[in-house]
Structures are given as C-alpha cells and as structure tokens.
Write a protein that binds this ligand. Structure first.
Ligand SMILES: CC(C)(COP(=O)(O)OP(=O)(O)OC[C@H]1O[C@@H](n2cnc3c(N)ncnc32)[C@H](O)[C@@H]1OP(=O)(O)O)[C@@H](O)C(=O)NCCC(=O)NCCS
Length: 179
C-alpha cells in the first residue's frame, strides 16, 4: 500500500492494482481459489451461477483470468457445446475494478480462443445485456440453443423467475450480423 492510501484502499484494505498492469492470460490451478472467490461473490447478487472449487479445477482450461501479480481480479470461461457453438460463462470482474475495460479484455481473449478453435458462434445467458451488446452481441432465439444448455438452470436462485436473456455473436462478423 502507498504511504497515502486512497479512500478505496481504506475501504477495501487493499491497494488497487494499476489497471494497466492487469494481465489477461489462461488460468492455471494456482488461480482456482481466486476464480472461486470472484464467482462466489458475484453469484450473491447476479445471475452468475456459483461454481465449486472442484468444478473450476475440472474446467480450468476453459478459463481466462485477469491477473494483477498473483491476485485474480477477473475471470471468464469459454465452454464448448458443439463443433460450431460455444458459451461465455462465469464472466466476473472484481467489483472494485469494474468500468476499467477488464471485462471487455476478458471477452476479447475468450473470442480469440473461440476463433482459434474454429467456433463460429458464441452465446451467453445473462442479465448484463448492455455489456454484451457493447461487445457486439445481439439477442438470440433461445430455441436455437441445444436443450442441454438449460440443465444448469436448476442451480439458479432465479429458476422460477428467470430474467436472463440469450445473446449471441457470430465470430466471423464481430458486428453481430447474421452470416
Ligand atoms: C459484466 C462485467 C463482467 C463487466 O465488467 P467490466 O470490467 O466492468 O466491464 P468493462 O469496463 O470492460 O465495460 C465494457 C463496456 O460495457 C459497459 N458496461 C459494463 N458494465 C455495464 C453495465 N452493468 N451496464 C451497462 N454498461 C456496462 C461499459 O460502460 C463499457 O462500455 P464502452 O466500451 O462503450 O465504454 C461486470 O460488471 C461484472 O462482473 N458483473 C457481475 C457478473 C456478471 O453479471 N457477469 C455477466 C454474466 S456472465
């Protein structure tokens, strides 16, 4: 912490990392606890589903993290459903660092990975519609998504009162235009 802590440092008890020093990289097992903590906190107030440490370990290769040194300040995952369809999941930025483009950088990294793998379409189920629209997504017809996508909904506290929207991005056309 600096000699003169900011009000935010005083509030959180931690020095804020310089946002420019935050690195986006593939997750490793050393990041599991940090990812778990971010998702757990977000799941209390948003539609982000909680994940167990075991589930994060199993799927650690899906994750990208935003890291400041050894601290995980953001995470997001790309889950593959089919040869042409992926889902962005568990996208979370540390609350105190929101609005600094860390979420956008994570999504861009996940899109790069999706393209590298050869995916044509990625979707997200979210109530953060504006963030994804600004990232090029457009509303998707839920009927075009495979049934198995909905299996996890039972874990959601909003199961009976779902306000999630399905949004999708065609990777060949970042504008979101149909192929
Ligand atoms: C959604 C979330 C990941 C965005 O992360 P972030 O680091 O704050 O986002 P960024 O700073 O990269 O924002 C990128 C753009 O989206 C906009 N944006 C971000 N959050 C927004 C919100 N809640 N409402 C409206 N616009 C939003 C920003 O203004 C910015 O717009 P611009 O590019 O036109 O300037 C973050 O708010 C979060 O962790 N939310 C809780 C978990 C969640 O809901 N995740 C999504 C479901 S998977």
């Amino acid at each position: 912490m600096s000699e003169n802590p900011t009000s935010s440092e005083l509030a959180t008890g931690a020095a804020e990392p310089a946002v420019s020093a935050v690195e986006i990289r593939p997750a490793t097992l050393a990041d599991v606890e940090g990812i778990y903590a971010l998702i757990e906190a977000a799941s209390q107030t948003t539609t982000v589903l909680p994940r167990t440490r075991a589930a994060i370990c199993e799927n650690v290769r899906d994750f990208r993290v935003a890291a400041s040194g050894s601290e995980v300040v953001g995470c997001g995952a790309l889950h593959i459903w089919a040869v042409d369809l992926g889902e962005i999941k568990s996208l979370v930025t540390a609350e105190r660092l929101r609005g600094h483009k860390i979420g956008r950088r994570l999504v861009t990294a996940l899109h790069e990975e999706a393209r590298r793998l050869g995916l044509r379409r990625v979707f997200v189920l979210t109530d953060s519609v504006e963030f994804f629209v600004r990232s090029g997504y457009a509303e998707a017809d839920k009927a075009t998504l495979p049934h198995k996508v909905w299996n996890e909904c039972i874990l959601c506290p909003k199961f009976d009162d779902c306000d999630e929207v399905a949004l999708q991005l065609w990777l060949d056309h970042e504008s979101g235009a149909a192929l």
